[in-house]
Design a protein around this ligand. Structure first.
Ligand SMILES: [Zn+2]
Ligand SMILES: [Zn+2]
Length: 350
């Protein structure tokens, strides 16, 4: 038993880069008490049930017995994901795809089709703030998000005062899981397991979050990848009667303008390389983003950074085989970013 505990502590310390080699120490204990999501950090990658995504792009949600303010916050959290992917979300009162609720201690699921009891009790004030379920690939499935009622929640989209938790931030994280995203190791992402002590406002997805959601569901076909502010068409697809002016501001602030692009630039794609460098490709130019300031720090031609890759790209992504893939219309280019060479090209069937 002690061996198992040591091993688990060792993994936890390795993940958070805390010294201790499996010994319980003060830093480890403090880290464990930090507000966080209830999912384990090291999810079992062999557990196939956790590698599913939705087979549809228009999804519905509801928040069980929520007041208007909670609905506004929840809508704003969904808008963060809708504004950065091909997904759209709508609140419905019956049979939603994602069902959120406040729960406490030992609790049940709301949707009785799953199982009555939720296998993970909530732990009261502090520690776990909420936990989600993943999609199972079935289009009639229901994912649930259980939010610990005993926490002091700030149920507004504004900055949360000290000693309260931002419901918007926590729901935005849990929605990521209900869409099939896992925890990120990067502290500056929404999908990092811990809730930061001081959240940056306005809340936005990090480039890492955006690349992940686009990898699973594709980019926003409404054109939020261009620097043009969202038009009324974009807003109409992501709003319900619950939206007010403030969440709309949130969507506007998520444009690629924020990276310091020229106002007329049309963004083709963004990519994160194996060497941890982030690029935005627009027009014939590749802008490298400084991860700390999230501003473009240099501009080059595509050919200088990715020799052999054409201009006018449709999309680009890093795949699990270790290569970068660039897509232009129906052609793909497989690029090895260690050797800087295109190693294959061919027709791409969508
Ligand atoms: Zn989580
Ligand atoms: Zn639960």
């Amino acid at each position: 038993m002690e061996q198992i505990l040591r091993h688990a502590l060792g993994l936890f310390q390795e993940y958070y880069q805390i010294p201790g080699q499996g010994e319980l120490n003060k830093i480890t204990l403090n880290k464990m008490r930090e507000p966080r999501c209830g999912l384990p950090d090291l999810s079992d990658q062999t557990d196939r049930s956790r590698n599913n995504i939705w087979s549809k792009k228009h999804l519905t949600w509801n928040f069980h017995l929520a007041d208007e303010e909670t609905m506004i916050v929840t809508q704003a959290a969904f808008n963060l994901w809708a504004g950065n992917s091909s997904l759209s979300f709508k609140r419905v009162s019956q049979n939603p795809d994602t069902l959120l609720s406040y729960r406490e201690g030992l609790h049940t699921n709301i949707d009785k089709r799953i199982t009555n009891m939720c296998p993970s009790p909530l732990d009261g004030s502090g520690g776990v703030l909420a936990h989600p379920s993943f999609p199972n690939g079935d289009k009639d499935y229901v994912t649930e998000v259980h939010i610990d009622r005993t926490e002091s929640w700030h149920v507004h989209i504004s900055r949360n005062p000290p000693r309260t938790h931002s419901l918007l931030y926590v729901i935005a994280h849990e929605i990521g899981h209900t869409l099939g995203l896992h925890h990120s190791e990067h502290q500056d992402t929404i999908m990092f397991a811990m809730t930061p002590g001081e959240i940056k406002f306005p809340i936005r997805l990090s480039l890492d979050d955006i690349l992940h959601i686009r990898y699973l569901y594709g980019a926003n076909y409404h054109g939020s990848t261009t620097t043009t502010p969202p038009t009324t068409t974009t807003v109409a697809t992501t709003t319900t009667k619950y939206i007010n002016h403030d969440p709309y501001k949130l969507i506007q602030r998520l444009s690629f303008n924020d990276f310091g692009l020229p106002p007329t630039a049309r963004v083709n794609t963004a990519i994160n390389t194996n060497k941890g460098r982030s690029f935005i490709v627009y027009d014939h130019i590749v802008g490298e983003i400084d991860d700390y300031s999230t501003r473009i720090m240099s501009h080059r031609s595509i050919d200088e950074i990715f020799p052999g890759i054409p201009t006018g790209l449709t999309t680009a992504f890093r795949y699990t085989d270790g290569n970068l893939y660039f897509v232009k219309n129906h052609f793909y280019y497989k690029f090895n970013d260690f050797t800087g060479l295109v190693t294959a090209t061919g027709k791409f069937d969508l």
